[in-house]
Design a protein around this ligand. Structure first.
Ligand SMILES: NC(=O)c1ccc[n+]([C@@H]2O[C@H](COP(=O)([O-])OP(=O)(O)OC[C@H]3O[C@@H](n4cnc5c(N)ncnc54)[C@H](OP(=O)(O)O)[C@@H]3O)[C@@H](O)[C@H]2O)c1
Length: 314
């Protein structure tokens, strides 16, 4: 099969190459010898990749810490199940699915990927594969940050950093729908995009003072660093700062900080798919490219807004 592979950690996305890799072995998967209980093979139709994935240690090592190069990046997928491993439940061959694949295994920038069935949810027939791939990571991250970790309730105020970005724009939409007051942040040029996604106020991090926001119940942080440190002072007593940028560096004096890594969740994927179908959330896709053009798409000459989705099959 064709796949994007990486071997040089220091090279970043410039080190991506299109290569030939072995197809997943369906017979081995279905046998008791494969020890891949619960896995399915997915014929990838659309794949997504997170900008700093090549910096994650999991891109380079397996669960035992062994070097797993050449690795296939991309962990967001929408496609069709073509084979079931032993012990698989809940899915069938020919089913349209979407979800996230394991960080420490080969990913989805390929014609096929192997993933645990429990990490996939049915993708409704009227949701395009590119849309499914575009909402899997962003939707789950926003959902878990706002509701599982941030415990957001109607009437609360949430500050969403990077509100025009892939994850931030999803957090803005889900928080609004949940009845929260949403303040987005970002660069000046992102103001209109953040408002279009539903933010009621916008703070320009380059020119406005973050401290002017006043008190909020929840900060949803996708930026980290100095912005995260300055944000803790905005969190009201009993509130939370949730971050997806790695181990938290700061904590509100009378609140909590939660750092987390998104996990795939079939029920939450179903909630997100339902919202896509009825128009309550929309994707933030900037570029759609073919697998043959993926290396160029991930190394653009100009900054591209929104997610880049690779349409592996037309
Ligand atoms: N822990 C997890 O489970 C998890 C899951 C998903 C994503 N993430 C992480 O979340 C982060 C965001 O991902 P994403 O896909 O949403 O990225 P993205 O689409 O690039 O969004 C980031 C947004 O923040 C803005 N921004 C960046 N730096 C800024 C700055 N200094 N001042 C003001 N605005 C700034 C960007 O604006 P410009 O476009 O103008 O730069 C963009 O609108 C990444 O670090 C990613 O690895 C973590």
């Amino acid at each position: 099969m064709k796949a994007i592979v990486v071997t040089d950690r220091a090279a970043g996305t410039a080190g991506m190459t299109l290569a030939e890799r072995p197809d997943p072995d369906a017979a081995w998967l279905a046998s008791l010898e494969g020890a891949s209980y619960g896995d399915v093979i997915v014929e990838v139709h659309a794949s997504g990749f997170t900008g700093d994935e090549l910096e994650w240690p999991s891109t380079w090592i397996d669960r035992l810490g062994h070097d797993r190069r050449p690795s296939i990046p991309g962990h967001e997928v929408a496609g069709v199940v073509t084979a079931l491993g032993y012990g698989t439940t809940g899915l069938s061959v020919g089913q349209r699915v979407f979800g996230l694949t394991d960080w420490t295994r080969d990913g989805t920038l390929a014609e096929y990927t192997v993933v645990e069935a429990r990490n996939l949810a049915p993708l409704p027939g009227d949701v395009d594969f590119t849309v499914g791939a575009g909402v899997a990571m962003t939707g789950l991250t926003a959902w878990q940050g706002l509701f599982d970790h941030g415990c957001l309730r109607p009437g609360q105020t949430v500050l969403v950093h990077g509100a025009a970005g892939a994850v931030g724009s999803m957090a803005v939409q889900l928080a609004r729908e949940a009845g929260a007051h949403v303040i987005g942040t970002g660069r000046a040029a992102s103001r209109q995009t953040a408002l279009d996604f539903g933010a009621q106020d916008f703070l320009d991090l380059e020119n406005d003072s973050l401290e002017d926001v006043g008190g909020v119940d929840l900060v949803f942080d996708v930026l980290g660093g100095d912005v995260q440190k300055r944000s803790v002072g905005l969190v009201r007593a009993g509130g939370t700062l949730v971050t997806v940028t790695g181990p938290a560096e700061a904590r509100p004096s009378e609140g909590r900080t939660v750092d987390f890594v998104v996990v795939s969740d079939r029920a939450q994927l179903g909630e997100i798919a339902q919202r896509v179908r009825d128009g309550r959330v929309r994707t933030n896709i900037g570029t759609i490219a073919a697998l043959d053009d993926a290396v160029a798409a991930f190394n653009p000459t100009e900054r591209v807004k929104g997610k880049t989705i690779i349409r592996v099959r037309p």
